[in-house]
Design a protein around this ligand. Structure first.
Ligand code: S3P
Length: 432
């Protein structure tokens, strides 16, 4: 097991780029594989989660050229050109791979099995299994159809109108992908707007779909066209450096080429509401996604209340938001975020344990946490719980601690941000 040691930093400086967006990288491989013609993908994130998606499509006969550097080339096989995989498709730690693939496989006339690591096999899958069964797919899962491994036998699907009880882009995307193979119009309603990368990339590839307040609608039988896809830097990875530069005095950092899709940019709004000095510069667009450079400077943060529509807009950032809250004046309350309990790990319990080790007072609730900010953080030894975002959040807190921090089990950062430790070293501890 790999452990990392972090010492206090005296300031983050310079100009960095973060690796490609994980959500968009998954979709680029999936949609390019399902398209007619070739697609060229620039900025693809070669993290473990995305490689699981890439390998799954290779196992179904899709030709993907992946030079060590530069663009990926995907020779699309069309919506009905995938081949039955000869083995279990291993989704690793990736919920996005498993849930979106379920939507793809529900419309394929062959047998397949999806599995993953011990964390993924604990996560709720009924949220995609139930509506896909309603659409006519045959799916079996462990624990009465709630957990992976999943066995699927797809085929001709019928369209449905589905009211999702959770705001989840993974559920919405699975049903949109199944809807492409269904007869008629598939409609998905959700309680709050979730990330819309699927809708944007499908439009970029020639698909017509209608987004309306609270949902999306798609007509079956449409075909995707291969395209050039540029993957922007991942705002969820940039988030660690945003918080680091805000909480460590004497910092000024420029993070270039970050995706600022409004369904993902909640972290910038949250940190600015806490008093953070973040400037959004040089806004532009690529493959239907807005991109910008973010300039961040050390700031005096104060506590705020977070809930409602903001939660899905920053769903992956709450571990590092809790670190910003720990270093802010006053109290921060995070509510309506019960989804955090079913991420790669229970992120409320995991961050409660990390912050308590650092001397922070935290009250946890079923749907969130209340964090009492403090002037100084203590050092100590904490656990990542095998969750990449917990490991990286603990590292950021460590930059502001009075003494050294040890983080156990940090290999998991390879799922979304393989270069994290190197980039942290370069920015937080530059050689004189
Ligand atoms: C993702 C959606 C989110 C997010 C996950 C990636 C996606 O999950 O937490 O890391 O790529 O669609 P939910 O949509 O289930 O909230």
């Amino acid at each position: 097991m790999e452990n990392q040691h972090i010492r206090p930093s005296t300031g983050l400086r310079g100009e960095i780029t973060v690796p490609g967006d994980k959500s968009i990288s998954h979709r680029s491989i999936m949609f390019a594989s399902l398209a007619h013609g070739d697609s060229y993908i620039r900025g693809f994130l070669r993290g473990e989660d995305n490689l699981a998606t890439l390998n799954a499509f290779k196992a179904m006969g899709v030709e993907i050229e992946e030079p060590v550097t530069g663009e990926l080339k995907v020779r699309g096989s069309g919506l009905s050109g995938l081949q039955e995989p000869r083995d279990v498709l291993d989704c690793g730690n990736s919920g996005t791979t498993m849930r979106l693939m379920s939507g793809v496989l529900a419309g394929q006339n062959f047998f397949s099995v999806l599995s993953g690591d011990r964390y993924l096999r604990r996560r709720p899958m009924a949220r995609v299994i139930n509506p896909l069964i309603q659409m006519g797919a045959q799916i079996w899962g462990r624990e009465h159809n709630r957990c992976a491994p999943l066995a699927l036998k797809g085929g001709q699907l019928r369209s449905i109108t589905y009211n999702s009880p959770v705001a989840s882009a993974q559920v919405k995307s699975a049903l949109i992908l199944a809807g492409l193979r269904a007869e008629g119009t598939t409609t998905v309603h959700e309680p709050h707007v979730s990330r819309d990368h699927t809708e944007r990339m499908l439009r970029h590839m020639g698909i017509e779909l209608e987004s309306f307040p609270g949902g999306v609608q798609i007509e079956g039988g449409q075909e995707l066209q291969g395209r050039e896809i540029e993957v922007p830097g991942d705002i969820s990875s940039a988030a660690f450096f945003l918080v680091a530069a805000l909480i460590v005095p004497d910092s000024e950092l420029l993070i270039k080429n970050v995706g600022i899709n409004p369904t993902r940019s909640g972290i910038v709004d949250i940190l600015c509401s806490m008093g953070g000095n973040i400037q959004v510069l040089n806004e532009r667009e690529a493959a239907g996604e807005p991109i910008a450079d973010l300039l961040v400077r050390s700031s005096d943060l104060h506590g705020i209340e977070i809930g409602g529509d903001m939660v899905p807009r920053a769903i992956d950032e709450f571990p590092v938001v809790s670190v910003a809250a720990a270093c802010a004046h006053g109290i921060t309350s995070i509510r309506d975020a019960a989804e955090l309990r079913v991420k790669e790990t229970d992120r409320i319990a995991a961050m409660e344990a990390v912050l308590r080790t650092f001397g922070v007072r935290v009250d946890s609730h079923e749907d969130g946490m209340t964090i009492h900010g403090r002037e100084v953080l203590r050092g100590g030894k904490v656990k990542s719980c095998g969750d990449h975002r917990i490991a990286m959040s603990a590292a950021i807190a460590g930059l502001r601690a009075m003494s050294a921090v040890e983080i156990e089990d940090t290999g998991c950062t390879a799922t979304s941000f393989p270069s994290f430790w190197k980039l942290l070293q370069q920015t937080a501890f530059p050689k004189e």
